[in-house]
Ligand binder design. Structure first.
Ligand code: PLP
Length: 422
């Protein structure tokens, strides 16, 4: 392990994605390692927002059909721009709703309890919003929450593929799991899980919030039934940007569980009939008028991903997280940290997850020293060096700062308590 700063500089020099950093607004004097919570603004995204505002200024109502990006087709267009990121065909993806409302839509569409098959299978480590949504969908169908099975974790951080498969009993109708766990960054084996679910006649969908824009996916090839994700984390779509969903084309032509006029076939929509003719693609899972101003940044940011290519993004991301883990092991052993993310490339997502009993105040000390991590209760520090805008030198610098904080016990100046937002 070479721990010299010059080696970090050498790695930056070799980086074939290095020019992308200039596309972004990097906050002054800051090492931003929180792109897995809220990605940074790019100049491209800023321009695409301006362009949509200008079409409103210039065309008013005619912006729906005129201008460089007619609004009526924007959700589908952004979906097709995203399809390579998930390994899907262009018509299988649409940009719409929010992560959680998309989950509601997809469960309302794909959860059809019948006979013995009435349960939903999830896990105990997923993001709370997903679990709340699943429980409320069960209630709407007249079941109590004992119908939600949550696969247990052995170590509190990761899930075992075999335990998930063992939980696919014959009373399960639907499975919803994350692609990458939000705390530990573990990648689940979506291919195997989909294969095993289908062998048992179970529909399966994935929440890609922590994998989209960070790792490649092959949803169509794996035969995944549906997926959904937010666009404001690794994809840099901006705070509250519109989310996305994927529906495998074998399900095209069905009515969505939650219908609205934007579920319509686009040619029929303005016939204003009271019988819905659903779109014959993922667009059928839209509900109402798209949130154009919050979709607009995606035009610019997805273009950047098309230029960089998800394969190169993933390769650099693995190098960054590997370098970070090696430096932590070399410089910070004996200071009470545990690297709690999976270490091998196949199971490691886009961030490093450290556990430490003083995690909350170590995060505060890092922020004071210009490094932005995020804290996850009760004892987790997530560090996400992002391929498009972070550097190997920043990784080196971060470990150096963290070491000073530990050696000088600078975290003692802070309370070991999380803020309202953490
Ligand atoms: C970020 C995230 C969400 C957020 O849901 P919103 O509806 O966008 O607020 C949901 N699920 C997971 C797994 C997430 O990581």
């Amino acid at each position: 392990m070479n721990t010299e700063k010059t080696y970090a500089a050498y790695l930056d020099q070799q980086d074939d994605l290095k020019s992308f950093r200039d596309e972004f607004y990097i906050p002054n004097n800051t090492i931003y390692f929180d792109g897995n919570s809220l990605g940074l603004l790019s100049k491209r995204a800023e321009q695409s927002v301006e362009s949509i505002l200008n079409s409103w200024k210039r065309y008013a109502i005619d912006g729906w059909s005129e201008g460089a990006q007619p609004w009526y087709y924007l959700s589908e267009k952004l979906g097709s721009m995203s399809c390579e990121l998930v390994g899907a065909e262009p018509e299988e993806v649409v940009v719409t709703g929010s992560t959680t409302t998309n989950l509601h839509q997809l469960v309302a569409s794909f959860y059809n309890p019948e006979g013995r098959k009435t349960k939903i299978l999830a896990d105990e480590l997923n993001f709370p919003s997903d679990i709340y949504a699943l429980k409320s969908q069960l209630k709407l169908k007249g079941y109590d929450t004992s119908h939600l099975i949550q696969v247990k974790s052995q170590d509190g951080n990761t899930l075992n593929t075999q335990s998930i498969i063992a939980a696919m009993t014959d009373d399960v109708a639907l499975i919803v799991l994350p692609s990458v766990l939000y705390r530990s960054g573990q990648i689940l084996d979506m291919k195997t899980l989909t294969y095993e679910a289908h062998k048992r006649g179970i529909i399966i969908g994935f929440d890609l919030c922590h994998s989209i824009g960070s790792i490649p996916h092959h949803l169509s090839e794996w035969g995944v039934d549906f997926a959904f994700w937010c666009n404001y984390k690794h994809l840099n779509g901006g705070p509250g940007s519109v989310a996305s969903l994927y529906v495998n084309k074998k399900h095209f032509g069905n009515e969505p569980g939650l219908a609205g006029w934007f579920s319509s076939d686009k040619e029929k929509q303005f016939d204003m009939e009271h019988t819905l003719t659903p779109a014959q693609n993922a667009g059928a899972y839209q509900i109402g008028t798209p949130h154009l101003l919050s979709s607009a940044p995606l035009l610019g940011t997805l273009e950047l991903f098309q230029e960089a290519g998800i394969k190169r993004v993933r390769e650099k991301s693995l190098r960054l997280t590997n370098y970070l883990m090696e430096l932590i092991e070399a410089e910070l052993s004996g200071y009470g940290f545990t690297i709690a993310n999976p270490k091998d490339d196949a199971a490691r997502g886009g961030h490093v997850f450290l556990e430490h009993k003083e995690a909350a105040r170590i995060c505060k000390a890092l922020k004071t020293d210009g490094v932005i991590p995020d804290f996850r209760t009760p004892n987790g520090i997530r560090l996400a060096p992002v391929a498009l805008y972070n550097t190997f030198r920043e990784v080196w610098q971060t470990v150096k700062i963290l070491k000073t904080i530990m050696v000088e016990e600078r975290y003692n100046k802070f309370e070991n308590k999380r803020g309202v937002i953490a």
